[in-house]
Design a protein around this ligand. Structure first.
Ligand code: C2E
Ligand code: CA
Ligand code: CA
Ligand code: CA
Length: 281
């Protein structure tokens, strides 16, 4: 607190105290939410930029709290990460996403070649047991490993590149795909990029956003696509909201697209319908 003026001290400390209480209470809520099964996944289609056919989905977590309010992952993932709860939560996400795709594959031939992308957090990537967890879940759900893609950010990779490299190699050896998320926003080195056993780059939506108005961003998008292809990687653009953007991405040679133009993240029950509507011609 401030040393001059008693009122200042009181107000300042009360503010800190109240914020801390909010965090602690949310931490408790998060823990209970896991027990009470208040988390659920929504799925956003990833489509072929040219044909708009669905090629897979990204699983995105949501929390419906005890008051019925839906809370964004941007609010609670950082807290779950901080408290370590993310390990349990992340395992739940993996199991839920894999069993959902496995179930679709059993009941619907249109899902034969579709993939599910799951976001990993930094703690999960540095968990020594990650590969065993993923392997166990694939066996349990009977999902072919190539149907699962794990998304990691550049920042997560660069925090401890040697360690990340070992973990990614183990995951790759299982047969799962690896994708660098939010590409372009972090600091990454080309040397590592070609060294990591990744299969896919996802261009951050901040570049896609204003590509039409900002020629520099379109140049970046084109350069990322060229770079990815030169390294033998496929590219997904995220945050595609306008048809004009899809055309620009198509011209840039971007393989896959994801965004509100095609579909918002939707509950699993709505996915089979979207897949059948958006098929390869
Ligand atoms: P992300 O991995 O970059 O996910 C993409 C975010 O962009 C999602 O937000 C998605 O709803 C949103 N989005 C998709 N298309 C568009 C579009 O056309 N325009 C705009 N403006 N936004 C679009 P969401 O679902 O709120 O997730 C936010 C972040 O939370 C994710 O960013 C990811 O970092 C994290 N997250 C979500 N689910 C999980 C999870 O299961 N585990 C972990 N570790 N993190 C997760
Ligand atoms: Ca992602
Ligand atoms: Ca992203
Ligand atoms: Ca992000």
């Amino acid at each position: 607190g401030r040393s001059n003026g008693t009122d200042g001290v009181t107000v300042y400390d009360a503010q800190i105290f109240s914020n801390a209480l909010k965090l602690i209470s949310m931490e408790l809520d998060l823990h209970n939410a896991l027990i009470n099964q208040e988390f659920f996944l929504v799925y956003q289609p990833v489509v072929d930029t040219i044909t708009r056919a669905v090629t897979g989905f990204e699983a995105l977590i949501r929390w419906k709290n005890s008051q019925g309010k839906i809370i964004s992952p941007t609010k609670f993932i950082p807290l779950a990460e901080e408290t370590g709860l993310i390990l349990q939560l992340g395992e739940w996400v993996l199991l839920e996403a894999c069993s959902t795709l496995a179930e679709w594959r059993r009941t619907n031939p249109l899902f034969k070649n579709l993939k599910v992308n799951v976001n990993l957090s930094a703690r999960q990537l540095s968990d020594l047991e990650l590969t065993d967890i993923v392997s166990r879940i694939l066996t349990k759900t009977n999902l072919p490993p190539e149907c699962l893609r794990l998304e990691v950010t550049e920042t997560m990779l660069m925090e401890n590149p040697d360690y990340a490299d070992i973990t990614l190699r183990r995951l790759r050896a299982l047969g799962v795909g690896l994708c660098i998320d939010d590409f372009g926003t972090g600091y990454s080195s080309l040397m590592y990029l070609q060294q990591f056993p990744i299969s896919n780059l996802k261009i951050d939506r901040s570049f896609v956003n204003d590509m039409e108005k900002n020629p520099a961003n379109y140049e970046i998008v084109k350069a990322v696509v060229a770079l990815a292809h030169a390294l033998g990687l496929t590219v997904v653009a995220e945050g595609v909201e306008e048809e004009e953007q899809r055309i620009m991405l198509l011209e840039a040679g971007c393989d896959f697209s994801q965004g509100y133009l095609f579909s918002r993240p939707i509950p699993p029950q709505e996915i089979p319908n979207i897949v059948s509507i958006m098929q390869a011609p």
